[in-house]
Design a protein around this ligand. Structure first.
Ligand code: APR
Length: 169
């Protein structure tokens, strides 16, 4: 599995699956969730209505509708409450469960936004570390499951963080 990072709008990526940073209702929102629903069109919300929500730390797939990606994997990250409420485990679970769902779908390439680091307030440095470590651990345990994982940074500062983390390892 190749792990790389890229700066830009995840809704434009031509990959098999993009991950959405959703909430438990799975009925849309702001941030990357709003961007994905906006680009996918109303069919995505219709499909999400049938999913019955999703627990924090879990992930559920839909089609990509009008997106270039074939699938959207809706993952629900934790809201940051100071770090003593299981946030790190829940965030790691989001990445792991999204990759398991992607592998079950047969997706070869998967792109992630920085889950929980916007509205949900997770400290960005710690979240980036969890993203990198969890994706790598998945690749070590399932080397043939997914060919490529892309960590998407919306801002330059987030892109630089991924660059530093991956260069340091
Ligand atoms: N492409 C890639 N990344 C994006 C994009 C985009 N188009 N838009 C925003 N981001 C980045 C943000 O910069 C942030 O780093 O996604 C990251 C996650 O931020 P949020 O979208 O706010 O997600 P999160 O912190 O997980 O909060 C989830 O926000 O809108 C609601 O429905 C959503 O209630 C849920 C909550």
């Amino acid at each position: 599995m190749i792990l790389r990072y890229w700066r830009g709008d995840i809704t434009t990526l031509v990959v098999d699956a993009i991950v959405n940073a959703a909430n438990e209702a799975l009925l849309g929102g702001g941030g990357v969730d709003g961007a994905i629903h906006g680009a996918a069109g109303p069919g995505l919300l219709d499909e999400c209505r049938g999913l019955g929500g999703c627990a924090t730390g879990e992930a559920k797939p839909t089609g990509g509708h009008d997106l270039p990606a074939r699938w959207v994997i809706h993952a629900v990250g934790p809201e940051w409450k100071g770090g003593a409420h299981g946030e790190a485990d829940q965030l790691a679970s989001c990445y792991r469960r999204s990759l398991e769902v992607a592998a079950d779908l047969g997706a070869c390439s998967v792109a992630f936004p920085a889950i929980s680091t916007g509205v949900y307030g997770y400290p960005k440095e710690a979240a980036a570390r969890i993203a990198v470590d969890t994706v790598r651990a998945f690749g070590d345990h399932h080397p043939d499951a997914i060919d490529e994982v892309v960590l998407v940074a919306f801002f330059a500062v987030d892109h630089a963080r991924y660059e530093d983390l991956l260069a340091a390892d």
